[in-house]
Design a protein around this ligand. Structure first.
Ligand SMILES: Cc1cc2nc3c(=O)[nH]c(=O)nc-3n(C[C@H](O)[C@H](O)[C@H](O)COP(=O)(O)OP(=O)(O)OC[C@H]3O[C@@H](n4cnc5c(N)ncnc54)[C@H](O)[C@@H]3O)c2cc1C
Length: 434
């Protein structure tokens, strides 16, 4: 959690707030007391890697950093009990000695497990769900201070809603994650002309455990990445400490990329040649690592991001429209568009609820006004029944959300029942969910 001079800010710097009070409870009893005692509203961030103002508050900010670690493991059910604020970079080292690993992970490992679950954070793989979809059950501390265990058999409604609830129903103090025997992955990068890629996409998506691609919009090729299980030897795993540091360390490529972003602010005409150059010189590569080390990369060049999930069958049409629009309006962004796939789930507010999805994310350097890019993209995503990533920028409002999420009204009713005074809301969440 980043607090400087009493001010909390998120990773990109787009959200800054000054809480009246910051408390750091040591355990669940302390946490319940802090929530009961708090006057006014309460928010409890993870690492602050969301771009939206989910954590903005001038009330009480709760620092959950004491809620970390592995609390147990049930090998029979392949479920690991993990404290809610455990950082993703620490999970590999906790699970590996027991012979387990997460089924899938996202692009980075800076987030807390609770933060990732709360926003439906996901990786890629058409047969694999988001991190929220792999939650088997959780302990939820409510606004009243009461603690509930939620699973498909116990408090089933809260389980269905609470796995992607942006912290509006309560604090997940422990999360029981479905895990699997540990595994190694081989990562391959290759470049494909975009028309050829679209022609072969279904095959690439179905024959690789994980497939995704990055498209610099002024170029006609995509940089593809596949990950598949392998028995080939991998280097010894790094310690949690090393992985923690690795995610913050800027690589030489990222130094260059940061420099290019600065240059394009003043010389936007160079965007198109820069994209062609990036795509042409993207090195093909192949490497084998344990899964917890291979999924996450370091992403140190600050940006703001919008990501939408659209029905998989329409996703390439939506992506083509986005790229055509960027070219037509000559929008300057050095970042590539990322395309991933996610399996359908049954979580009420999940972007993947009831539908197999293609996700499209667009990014803008943090010093550049992102509105021209995001507003034009959102208009396209809207036409494709797109659902926003809750941790990334969007402007969807109540009326639209009720059309996009069949369980939206049930969610609001449940939220009001569990937190009638709206203790766990802020202005941003209230506008969408009260
Ligand atoms: C560089 C970068 C890369 C990213 N890559 C991906 C990616 O590959 N895939 C993807 O899907 N997303 C990605 N994201 C988005 C990110 O995963 C989400 O925004 C995630 O929620 C951030 O986790 P956090 O721990 O920082 O939570 P925060 O952003 O601090 O909080 C998010 C929400 O979680 C709630 N919360 C936190 N802890 C708990 C808890 N214990 N119980 C209940 N609610 C809780 C908070 O109240 C808040 O509403 C990325 C973001 C960045 C900045």
């Amino acid at each position: 959690m980043k607090i400087v001079g009493g001010k909390w800010s998120n990773w990109s710097g787009s959200v800054v707030c000054r809480p009246r009070e910051i408390v750091a409870p040591r355990d669940e009893v302390d946490l319940a007391a802090a929530i009961r005692k708090a006057e006014g509203r309460v928010r409890f961030p993870g690492t602050g890697y969301s771009f939206t103002p989910l954590n903005a508050t001038n009330g009480t900010l709760i620092d959950l950093s004491a809620f970390v670690g592995l609390k147990g493991c049930d090998p029979g059910r392949e479920v690991a009990v993990i404290a809610g604020a455990t950082p993703l970079w620490g999970l590999g080292s906790l699970l590996h000695p027991l012979g387990y690993a997460l089924k899938n992970m996202c692009d980075i490992d800076r987030q807390t497990l609770g933060g990732a679950v709360a926003t439906g954070t996901h990786g890629t793989g058409i047969t694999l769900g988001s991190i929220s979809a792999d939650v088997a059950s959780f302990r939820l501390l409510l606004a009243s201070g009461q603690v509930l265990h939620c699973s498909p058999d116990e408090n089933a409604e809260i389980f269905a809603a609470g796995r992607t609830a942006m912290g509006m129903l309560g604090v997940m103090t422990e999360i029981d994650m479905k895990v699997r025997p540990f595994y190694k992955l081989v990562e391959k990068h290759f470049v494909h002309p975009i028309d050829e890629l679209f022609h072969q996409l279904d095959g690439l998506v179905s024959t690789n455990r994980h497939f995704e691609f990055f498209w610099f919009p002024y170029s006609d090729v995509a940089v593809c990445k596949s990950l598949n299980e392998t028995e080939a030897p991998a280097p010894t795993r790094h310690s949690a400490r090393t992985l923690r540091a690795r995610g913050e360390r800027r690589t030489p490529d990222e130094f260059i990329f940061a420099g290019v972003n600065e240059l394009l602010r003043y010389m936007p005409a160079l965007t198109s040649p820069a994209h062609k150059l990036f795509s042409a010189f993207m090195p093909g590569m192949e490497r084998v690592r344990w899964s917890s080390e291979l999924f996450p990369s370091a992403r140190t060049v600050r940006c703001n991001e919008m990501e939408y999930a659209v029905p998989y069958a329409k996703s390439t049409d939506a992506l083509r429209e986005v790229v055509e629009m960027i070219r037509k309006k000559r929008i300057n962004t050095a970042f590539p568009i990322e395309f991933r796939t996610v399996a359908a789930d049954d979580i009420w507010l999940s972007p993947f609820s009831g539908r197999e999805s293609g996700t499209i994310s667009v990014r803008q350097y943090y010093k550049v006004d992102a509105r021209p890019l995001f507003e034009s993209c959102e208009a396209i995503f809207r036409a494709y029944e797109g659902r926003p990533h809750w941790g990334k920028m969007h402007t969807r409002a109540t009326g639209e959300l009720s059309r996009l999420y069949p369980k939206y009204e049930e969610f609001r009713a449940l939220r009001r029942r569990l937190d009638p005074k709206g203790k766990f809301l802020n202005d941003y969440l209230e506008a969408m969910f009260d």
